[in-house]
Design a protein around this ligand. Structure first.
Ligand code: SF4
Ligand code: SF4
Length: 263
């Protein structure tokens, strides 16, 4: 009986010591979590799309709570959510203009020629490593195999008549399509931008003509007609400075190839 009591006392004593040590360890190694970080995390949509530039919603919540990211840093969250996050942080949410993805190619199947018929795996990155860069004669444009479509978690981009087209309403500017496109022909533009150059070809006019009926030939007509100095031509390709563009549409009217869209 005496032995049993001793054993129970030893086990109890050891348990008590371990409990005290664990309690102390918890105190010593305790990681303080900013309560605001948890509230902000709950307010964020949880898509973990990375469109904010942080590793998922947890990363953005941490950055907002630390004052390192703006309260309107989530491109997916609504203005209402931004305002709520602002309340938590005691800061007003300053909304900047929403960006959307834009595909710089208008080379639909009827406007480009084909070099061969590809029957392998429909993956743009894979095909970009094959000589010729896809079936179309233009090596700069959209191959149309839809790697961007598969990358988009918001059903905002689809291949229509051989080229990728973005649905402005659905795009949350997460940038996944930009990363997925091996031809670097998707960029962000302000949602209100109307005049956009829908081409990515750096070839000279003669070669562009041979490859596609709507490619930019670098003729400078758009540059000459723009009164806001918003259009430039570099590497035979027109570019629009959206901060200078007044949406007058004169460049689109003048473009002989109708490659500048006004939508
Ligand atoms: S935009 Fe790029 S990724 Fe998308 S279908 Fe065209 S080539 Fe492929
Ligand atoms: S279209 Fe591109 S940027 Fe827009 S939501 Fe889809 S993947 Fe993201």
């Amino acid at each position: 009986m005496q032995g049993l009591i001793t054993a129970a006392a030893i086990v109890g004593g050891v348990g008590l010591i371990i409990g005290i040590l664990l309690g102390l360890a918890a105190k010593v190694f305790e990681v303080e979590v900013d309560e605001r970080e948890l509230i902000v995390r709950d307010l964020l949509p949880g898509n973990n799309c990375g469109g904010c530039g942080y590793p998922g919603c947890d990363g953005l919540a941490k950055a907002i709570a630390a004052g390192e990211a703006p309260v309107s840093g989530c491109p997916v969250a609504s203005a209402e959510i931004h305002a709520k996050i602002g309340e938590v942080m005691g800061t007003e949410a300053i909304e900047s203009e929403r960006n959307v993805a834009f595909v710089k190619c208008n080379g639909t199947c009827d406007k480009t020629n084909v070099k061969y018929h590809y029957t392998g795996t429909p993956d743009c990155k894979k095909i970009s490593t094959v000589p010729g860069n896809g079936e179309k004669t233009c090596i700069y444009g959209c191959m149309g195999y839809g790697s961007c479509v598969r990358a988009c978690a918001f059903d905002a981009i689809h291949v229509v008549n051989g080229i990728a087209v973005v649905d402005k309403e659905k795009c949350v500017a997460c940038g996944k399509c930009i990363t997925a496109c091996p031809n670097d022909l998707i960029e962000f533009v302000p949602v209100s931008s109307t005049c956009k150059v829908q081409c990515n070809s750096k070839d000279k006019g003669k070669d562009v003509n041979a490859a596609c009926s709507v490619g930019c030939i670098g003729c400078m007509m758009c540059v000459k007609v723009c009164e806001s100095d918003a259009v430039t031509v570099t590497n035979n390709l027109a570019h629009i400075d959206y901060s200078k563009c007044t949406h007058c549409g004169k460049c689109a009217e003048k473009c002989p190839r109708k490659i500048i869209t006004i939508a």
